[in-house]
Design a protein around this ligand. Structure first.
Ligand SMILES: *Cc1c(COP(=O)(O)O)cnc(C)c1O
Length: 360
């Protein structure tokens, strides 16, 4: 029996996609070889890749003037590539510190240039965000950086700041395609695909083409976005398997209502869990400012760590896995990515109520 998989990443994939991968792994649609045996300079790969990129553009409503492609190296490599390209000598970049992932990005950038911390959630324990309507970039900033959904802290920007002429760059690793986003507000959106889009190995890059004019041109080849943009991400061998699977996930998203459909599902699924937390009169606690609760990663606590351990052990017996909070923060976390079936979120909510009744 398949587990109910609430893991934060790598994470659950749509069953239909796994089956399609399996069906075509050895012989890709009768071509006599596997997609992972095919050259990335050949027609078989390119046809699949072009379709994947086209679906990505249409589902996410990416306007003309943006390059879209995939790279390796994890989202983490982007923490370095972004400042290498766009944090210029003598300039500075604005960063928002809202949790583990944006902190890592800000720390890496600070090794390469001047970083101005526009917001630091440290005092609140990273449980709240700045008001996006009031947040303004500093004078002359090279860019403003944010993480749209902090996967570990369970906190998500519901709206994005208006940064005017200053390029806005966002890490959307863990809530990409869980909702429609106005891409035109951003100069760059990127993310590891292993949370909401496919198997680990690829990072998607969406970048306004004119950003390349601002970049530092003195970079080694791989670090230079212009090299990748020029060849739609095929400067070197791309993560083929991952891209193939992402392509299938994109088609699955299309069949299931696109970005708007994913949003409705996310509202409903996270609603189940937050309702249980809010109606538990204190047995379950969410540390996150209710205005910025993540619909993808629901973070919560029980009254004691002993109860949390018991919760995890009993959930496991019910086939529910991946509910342990990140080792850096403890507690519990339910990740409710696109591919998680509605029934699984409902089952978790029911289990939580039952657990409270027995232990409250
Ligand atoms: C997981 C995650 C990352 C790191 O991704 P890697 O692919 O492991 O480098 C970065 N940002 C966010 C928001 C994440 O959830």
């Amino acid at each position: 029996m398949r587990k109910l998989n609430f893991a934060a990443g790598p994470s659950i994939m749509p069953m239909e996609v796994l089956e399609e991968l399996q069906k075509n792994l050895v012989d890709y649609h009768g071509k006599g070889l596997s997609m992972i045996e095919a050259s990335h300079r050949g027609g078989m790969f390119e046809e699949m890749y072009d379709e994947c990129l086209a679906d990505f553009r249409s589902i996410f409503s990416i306007p003309d003037g943006y390059d879209v492609y995939f790279l390796g190296g994890g989202a983490t490599l982007q923490f370095t590539m972004i400042p290498m390209n766009f944090l210029l000598k003598g300039g500075h970049a604005d960063y928002t510190r809202t949790g583990s992932w944006s902190n890592k990005a800000a720390d890496d950038a600070a090794k390469l240039g001047n970083v101005n911390i526009l917001f630091d959630g440290k005092e609140s324990g990273y449980t709240t965000l700045p008001d996006p309507k009031a947040l303004r970039p500093s004078e002359g900033a090279d860019y403003l950086y944010l993480c749209s959904n902090e996967t570990i802290g369970g906190i998500e920007w519901q709206e994005f700041p208006d940064t005017g002429e200053v390029p806005l760059i966002a890490d959307m690793s863990s809530d990409m395609l869980s909702r429609p986003v106005d891409v035109s507000k951003f100069a760059m959106i990127y993310g590891g695909v292993q949370k909401n889009l496919g198997p680990a190995g690829a990072v998607f890059i969406i970048m306004r083409h004119d950003m390349l004019e601002r970049r530092n041109p003195d970079l080694t080849a791989y670090m230079d976005y212009a090299k990748h943009a020029k060849d739609k991400g095929l400067y070197n061998t791309p993560p083929v398997f991952s891209i193939w699977a992402v392509g299938l996930v994109l088609k699955w998203i299309k069949r299931n209502g696109g970005a708007e459909g994913m949003l409705q599902n996310a509202i409903e699924k996270s609603g189940y869990i937050y309702d249980v937390i809010d109606s538990s009169s204190g047995f379950y606690r969410s540390p996150v400012d209710p205005r910025y609760r993540s619909r993808m990663n629901v973070v919560f606590r029980c009254p004691t760590e002993e109860l949390e351990a018991k919760f995890l052990a009993e959930a496991q017996k019910e086939g529910m896995i991946g509910l342990k909070g990140h080792r850096s923060v403890g507690g519990l976390r339910a990740s409710l990515y696109n591919a998680l079936p509605m029934e699984d979120a409902a089952s978790l909510a029911m289990f939580m109520k039952e657990f409270e009744r027995r232990n409250g």
